[in-house]
Design a protein around this ligand. Structure first.
Ligand code: HEM
Ligand SMILES: *[C@@H]1O[C@H](CO)[C@@H](O)[C@H](O)[C@H]1NC(C)=O
Ligand SMILES: *[C@@H]1O[C@H](CO)[C@@H](O)[C@H](O)[C@H]1NC(C)=O
Ligand SMILES: *[C@@H]1O[C@H](CO)[C@@H](O)[C@H](O)[C@H]1NC(C)=O
Ligand SMILES: *[C@@H]1O[C@H](CO)[C@@H](O)[C@H](O)[C@H]1NC(C)=O
Ligand SMILES: *[C@@H]1O[C@H](CO)[C@@H](O)[C@H](O)[C@H]1NC(C)=O
Ligand SMILES: *[C@@H]1O[C@H](CO)[C@@H](O)[C@H](O)[C@H]1NC(C)=O
Ligand SMILES: *[C@@H]1O[C@H](CO)[C@@H](O)[C@H](O)[C@H]1NC(C)=O
Length: 353
C-alpha cells in the first residue's frame, strides 16, 4: 500500500471511527461560556460558605449527584418533590432519612438564577457541586462537562432498583454499575468517595454483633475497629448514630479509603468486599489506589465524568427548571415562577392566571 492510500484509509477511519464517537459527547465544559460564564464561582461560593459550618455537606453533595445519575440518568429527577404527578425519589429506601443537601442545591439555584435566569439546569448544578465539593475537600479537580437539561419525571421504584445497597454482594455491586455502563475500575474508584462523609449505624450494625445469624461479628471487620464501631453503635440501639466513613482523615478526600480496606477498616460490607472477597479482581485495584493517590484521582475523575454522562438530556429535551423541586408547569401552578422570569414556553399558562 502506498503512503497516499495509507493516508486516505487513515482519513476514512478518522471520519467513520473517531468523528461519530466525538459527536456523541454532547456535554461541554464551556457550555455556559457566553450565557453564564461565572456559574462555577457562584456555585463554589455558596458551597464554600455552607461547608464552613457543615463540612460533611461536601460529601453529601457528591452523593446527591451519584443518586441522581443512577436513576434515569443525570436529570435532577432526585430533586423533584411529590406532587399529583410525581412520586418523589427522596422517599426511596436508599434516600429516605439519608439524602442531604437539597436545601443547599436550592440556595445555589437561587444564587445562579439571580445572575443568569432560566439558563443553568439543576442537573448541571448537581454535577458542578460534586466537583467543587471534591476540590474543596482537597480531592481531585476536573473540567465538568455541562449542558444537561432537567427531566420532567421521577421514578421512585427505579431508585429502589438501581441504587446499590450496603449489604449487596460484590457481584450485585458490579451488576448495578454495569447497568449504568460503569466497569469494575469505575466501581472501585467511585467507591473511593467513601473517603469522607458519614453513615448511620443502621446500615452496618448487622456486621457488629450477629452477622448473618452466626452469633459473631463479620470476620472482615478489624477487631480494633470493631470496638470503635460498637461504641458508636450499641447493640439494639436506634441506629441513627453516625460513624465516619474514613476513621483516619474523616473529611479529607484522599486515598485512605483504600488503605483502610487493606486493614479491614471498611465501614460498609459493600466497602470491605472490594478487598476481602477472595480471588476478586477488585483487590489489585484497591492495592493500586492505596499505593498511588494520583492513580486513584485519575480514575476517580474519569469515572465521575462517565457517571455524569449517564442518560443525560440535551438540546431541546426536558427543560431548565426554575425551581429544582418542581417541573416548571407545577412551579407556575404553585405561583413559584413569577411572570417576568418565565420563559416563552410557559407564557401562555402564566398569562392565563
Ligand atoms: C458502591 C456502592 C455504594 C453503596 C452500597 C453506597 C452506600 C452508601 C450508604 C449506605 C451511605 C450512608 C447513608 C446514610 O447513612 O445516610 C453512603 C454514603 C455516602 N456515599 Fe455511598 N454508596 C455506594 C457508592 C457511592 C458512590 C459511587 C458515591 C459517589 C461517587 C458515594 C458517595 C457517598 C458519600 C460521599 C456518602 C456520605 C454522605 C454524607 O455524609 O452525607 N457512594 N453510601
Ligand atoms: C464571579 O463570582 C465571584 C464569586 O461570586 C466574584 O468574586 C466575581 O466578582 C464574579 N465575577 C464576575 C465577572 O461576575
Ligand atoms: C454566607 O453565609 C453567611 C452567614 O450564613 C451569609 O450571611 C452570607 O450571605 C452567605 N454568603 C453566600 C455567598 O452565600
Ligand atoms: C420539597 O420537599 C422537601 C422535603 O422532602 C421540603 O423540605 C421542601 O421544602 C420541599 N420544597 C418545596 C419548594 O416545597
Ligand atoms: C419506573 O421504572 C420502571 C422500571 O423499573 C418502569 O417499569 C416504570 O414504568 C417507571 N415508572 C415511571 C413512572 O416512569
Ligand atoms: C474501565 O473504564 C475505564 C474508562 O473509564 C478504562 O480506562 C478502563 O480500562 C476500564 N477498565 C476495565 C477493567 O475494563
Ligand atoms: C443471632 O441471630 C439469630 C437469628 O435471629 C438468633 O437465632 C441467634 O440467637 C442470634 N445469636 C446471638 C448470639 O445473638
Ligand atoms: C487492624 O488494625 C490495626 C491498626 O489499628 C493494624 O495494625 C492491624 O494489622 C489490623 N488487623 C488486620 C487483620 O488487618
Amino acid at each position: 500500500m502506498n503512503s497516499l492510500a495509507t493516508t486516505s484509509l487513515f482519513t476514512l477511519l478518522l471520519l467513520f471511527g473517531v468523528l461519530p464517537f466525538s459527536s456523541n459527547a454532547q456535554l461541554d465544559p464551556s457550555f455556559y461560556k457566553n450565557t453564564c460564564p461565572n456559574v462555577s464561582s457562584i456555585v463554589r461560593e455558596v458551597i464554600r460558605n455552607v461547608s464552613k459550618t457543615d463540612t460533611r455537606m461536601l460529601a453529601s453533595l457528591v452523593r446527591l449527584h451519584f443518586h441522581d445519575c443512577f436513576v434515569q440518568g443525570c436529570d435532577a429527577s432526585v430533586l423533584l418533590n411529590t406532587t399529583d404527578t410525581i412520586v418523589t425519589e427522596q422517599d426511596a429506601f436508599p434516600n429516605i432519612n439519608s439524602l442531604r443537601g437539597l436545601d443547599v442545591v436550592n440556595k445555589i439555584k437561587t444564587a445562579v438564577e439571580s445572575v443568569c435566569p432560566n439558563t443553568v439546569s439543576c442537573a448541571d448544578i448537581l454535577a458542578l457541586a460534586a466537583e467543587l465539593s471534591s476540590t474543596l475537600s482537597q480531592g481531585p479537580d476536573w473540567k465538568v462537562p455541562l449542558g444537561r437539561r432537567d427531566g420532567l419525571t421521577a421514578n421512585q421504584s427505579l431508585a429502589n432498583q438501581n441504587l446499590p445497597a450496603p449489604f449487596n454482594s460484590l457481584d450485585q455491586l458490579k451488576a448495578a454499575f454495569a447497568k449504568q455502563g460503569l466497569n469494575t475500575t469505575d466501581l472501585v474508584a467511585l467507591s473511593g468517595a467513601h473517603t469522607f462523609g458519614r453513615a448511620h449505624c443502621s446500615l452496618f450494625v448487622s456486621r457488629l454483633y450477629n452477622f448473618s445469624n452466626t452469633g459473631n461479628p463479620d470476620p472482615t471487620v478489624n477487631t480494633t475497629y470493631l470496638q470503635e464501631l460498637r461504641n458508636i453503635c450499641p447493640n439494639g440501639g436506634s441506629g441513627t448514630n453516625l460513624a465516619n466513613f474514613d476513621p483516619t482523615t474523616a473529611d479529607k478526600f484522599d486515598k485512605n479509603y483504600y488503605s483502610n480496606l487493606q486493614v479491614k477498616k471498611g465501614l460498609l460490607q459493600s466497602d470491605q468486599e472490594l478487598f476481602s472477597t477472595s480471588g476478586a479482581d477488585t483487590i489489585s485495584i484497591v492495592n493500586k489506589f492505596s499505593a498511588d493517590q494520583n492513580a486513584f484521582f485519575e480514575s476517580f475523575k474519569a469515572a465521575m465524568i462517565k457517571m455524569g454522562n449517564i442518560g443525560v438530556l440535551t438540546g431541546k429535551q426536558g427543560e431548565i427548571r426554575k425551581q429544582c423541586n418542581f417541573v416548571n408547569s407545577k412551579s407556575a401552578e404553585l405561583g413559584l415562577i413569577s411572570v417576568a422570569s418565565t420563559d416563552s414556553s410557559e407564557e401562555g399558562m402564566v398569562s392565563s392566571m
